[in-house]
Design a protein around this ligand. Structure first.
Ligand SMILES: NC(=O)c1ccc[n+]([C@@H]2O[C@H](COP(=O)([O-])OP(=O)(O)OC[C@H]3O[C@@H](n4cnc5c(N)ncnc54)[C@H](O)[C@@H]3O)[C@@H](O)[C@H]2O)c1
Length: 291
């Protein structure tokens, strides 16, 4: 074991969608200084609104004191340029589940984050961490997956995913960060497509979409079956809409690319919904309508 590392104080988050905002929020609630980077100023403003709304929900549900919510928001800065991440000790990438987009971010981070000991992490659901590490060049030993679950302020699990190139010390620091500073419950997961949880979850969601697509059962009955019969908190179709159908498709494609097994192949209905930009809750319509 290496000597106990100092706690991380300055965190960067790249991407302010569902997950990036959730990650930024839990970091700020843990008292960390957070910079969230989005593609432009309008997207950065949207991310700020999303975190503000989530903190307000926490207050109205009695989970958070108003002062704590205000302090958390004050700890977050929203920027349209990754150049703002120079002094970060940990950066967590949470952009769209697209390989090229993520490779571009890791290449950029390897040049903009100044400290050679800074950890560069990805919240990817399925893209091999070793590919992101390779894009980070000399920083490859500092790259690993830190895979949070949605909604981040609620769900305790974080998958810590080392690649073949990750330094043991970086794994230890990431575990200590997730457990000691964010009070999450980490597991170490293998660097294979889908890691541990999505390798199991995604085929299940795809099976439900196929069952619905083939007209074998209604969406409501599929979901009710799993909620009432298996005590799941929500059914697979509602869960796919919550995750985002573009993300489910992206993960399915990564899993299929790696394993070439039919159970991971994206069903045509999923592909058509994404082509139509019907992505689930985040666009107001997906497998269900939310309008
Ligand atoms: N949605 C889930 O339930 C879930 C759960 C775990 C992990 N993930 C993973 O988290 C990541 C993000 O997913 P999400 O659901 O938050 O997606 P999302 O579509 O809600 O948000 C993605 C955000 O990234 C931004 N972005 C894109 N390119 C960028 C760049 N170069 N720089 C800065 N920002 C950029 C977009 O503007 C968008 O706001 C994906 O890798 C996904 O697989 C998602």
């Amino acid at each position: 074991m290496s000597a106990v590392a100092a706690p991380i104080e300055r965190v960067g988050v790249v991407g302010g969608g569902i997950m990036g905002c959730g990650i930024a929020e839990v970091c700020a609630r843990a008292g960390l200084d957070v910079i969230l980077v989005e593609v432009d100023s309008a997207a950065a403003d949207l991310a700020e609104q999303r975190i503000r709304a989530s903190l307000e929900r926490g207050v109205s549900r009695g989970k958070l004191e108003p002062d704590a919510a205000r302090e958390a928001l004050e700890l977050c800065r929203f920027e349209p340029d990754a150049g703002a991440l120079g002094d970060r000790e940990l950066v967590i990438e949470a952009v769209v589940e697209n390989r090229e987009a993520k490779l571009g971010v890791f290449e950029l981070l390897s040049k903009t984050v100044e400290s050679g000991s800074a950890i560069l992490a990805s919240n990817t659901s399925s893209i091999p961490i070793v590919e992101l590490a390779a894009a980070a060049g000399e920083r490859a030993p500092n790259v690993l997956g830190l895979h949070f679950f949605n909604p981040v302020p609620v769900l305790a699990l974080v998958e810590v995913i080392p690649s073949l190139l990750t330094e043991p010390d970086v794994i230890e620091r990431a575990q200590a960060f997730a457990e000691g500073q964010l009070e999450k419950d980490p597991i170490v997961a293998p660097d294979r497509a889908g890691f541990t949880v999505n390798a199991l979850l995604i085929p299940y969601l795809l099976s439900a979409i196929r069952m619905f697509e083939q007209g074998l059962a209604s969406a409501e009955d599929i979901d009710k079956g799993m909620v009432k019969g298996c005590a799941h908190p929500m059914g697979p179709l509602a869960l796919a809409d919550l995750i985002g159908l573009d993300t489910v498709l992206g993960v399915s494609e990564s899993l299929y690319r790696e394993h070439r097994e039919q159970l991971f192949a994206p069903p045509p209905l999923l592909q058509r919904l994404v082509a139509a930009n019907l992505l689930g809750r985040k666009t107001g319509r997906g497998l269900y309508s939310y309008q």
